[in-house]
Design a binder for this molecule. Sequence first.
Ligand code: 2BA
Length: 109
Amino acid sequence: MKMIIAVVQDKDSHKLSTALVEHNFRVTKLATTGGFLKSGNTTFMIGTEEIRVNKCLQIIEENCQSREQLVAPISPMGGNADSYVPYPVDVKVGGATVFVLPVEQFHQF
Ligand code: 2BA
């Protein structure tokens, strides 16, 4: 068994969970926050048989799109003023960041 952990943008979360459930994947969604942008994203935990991992990755890829996000300048207060960027910059946020982990044991009580 494998555990697929996928960090996706909130905008794609509903579409992705619908598609996964339609294909009989068991899904848990967590409301998470990206460390860099400090804005909300969604983390999916999907436990599945090894043979279905590629199908799951395909569904994630088909339902998540990357987008440009404008990041407001960060105050130099308390930081290094030399690296301060006084204008907003575009950051490309990926469609999905995915980890595939082995599962040692799986129990449902
Ligand atoms: P955030 O940490 O909010 O990052 C959003 C986007 O900002 C990233 O998109 C990347 O384009 C940029 N970014 C992140 N850290 C950066 C840095 N130190 N310098 C410059 N740019 C940086 P993605 O790479 O597509 O990541 C989207 C979200 O996926 C991340 O949101 C984070 O929540 C998660 N993530 C990405 N890589 C991860 C990892 N190795 N471990 C855990 N979570 C990860």
